[in-house]
Ligand binder design. Sequence first.
Ligand code: IMP
Length: 191
Amino acid sequence: MRNICFVTGNQNKIIEVEKLIKNFKLISTKDLNFYDEILETENTIKGNAFLKSSFIYNKFNINCFSDDSGLFINALGGDPGVRSARYASEISDKEKNINLVLKNLKGEKDRSAAFKTCICLIIDGKTNYFEGSVKGVITSKRLGSRGFGYDPIFVPEGHDRSFAEMSLEDKNKISHRSIATKKLINFLNQK
Ligand code: IMP
């Protein structure tokens, strides 16, 4: 069985994907004894996903993939977007980020937004992208306490609960990340 590396520091993401991949052995950057942070300096999530995958592919010559996600709010011209993790301050702070979004949307009627994920896979020298998105609206206050990031202020289209009010299982049925991940898994399982 061939190895494939998931370029992420997030162990939960690895566990989730590991269960789904059938014909590759999933390894992490730790297995490569690589512990540095690859700075996400591009101005699109696609660019950042490519940056991380191409760095590891070139350094270790190993098939690999990485993901990048963000929350894109229409009335804010797509912000926080690619800067979602560090929207309010250089050190990522979920509460500050949510407060800034709510402040910037105060009095705004158009509260439409979308979470987007882009996965970049580099395999046998070829680059492939898998995307997922989920539309929704930004609430005027926090709802629920589960999840992470902007989950308490995002209600997906066709639902009446925020991501933070849903179980992880329910969120994963519709989330941007799971849509992109399913596309990746389908592709890899046919290899
Ligand atoms: P990452 O690329 O998956 O690390 O996501 C970057 C940032 O986007 C996170 O730090 C969160 O602020 C935000 N984000 C991405 N996905 C989600 C989600 O499913 N719920 C809430 N926030 C998210």
